[in-house]
Design a protein. Sequence first.
Length: 242
Amino acid sequence: MTSNDNTTVVLVHGAWHSPWCWNPVVAELDQYGIHSVTVDLPSCRTVDGAPAGDMHADAAEIRNTLDRYEDVVLVAHSYGGIPATEGAAGHPAVRHLVYVAAYNADEGESLGGYAVPNPGPDVLNPPADLTMGENGMMGVRTDRAATLFYNGMPADAAEAAVAQLRPMSAAVLSQTPTAVAWRDIPSTYVLTGQDNATPTVVQRELCKRAGAVIELGDSCHSPMLAAPKRVADIIGSVVAAR
């Protein structure tokens, strides 16, 4: 695989996560000589116990990161696709978008609007699986997190990942992007076929908005942890095609 020395890969994590989840992919990209950076979303951080920001603050943080580079492949996972869609819109540095089991939302669409009616026992059920705090933060039930995010991973790896989760702003459930990057910027959708958090049935609709679709049929919601080399190979192929 040939790297593009001028390209930076910007990695955006999803709900309840933080940049740690991209560490295995960063290590793989390093092997290819591909420079990458991560974004720490304000909605998943706190200030005095309250959210450090909402979805629009996340979009602004992504855009601030993009401002530091001239040639970017922007990769977003899960919820991170929504602020990435807003933050990348019209940005001159972004050459390609990669949505990994992500919500490449349109105007008027919010994270809370993608719930699946009558979800099965393993699929995310927002009212039952979320915990709401008085400070505007929400979490995921720890007894459900491994099933939702890391099914199929070794138990010890899933347990370690669950321990890294953090609460996030509940405001993001209803917020919609003010601009839509995928209308003007080429995009690739990485579809995960064994996903309990961004249900595969939802992804099959969302991926119709992308110019290319790559299926990881046996992957859980978190291929950056379960199959980091496969994810890095996909990103590397996008970079090489630049």
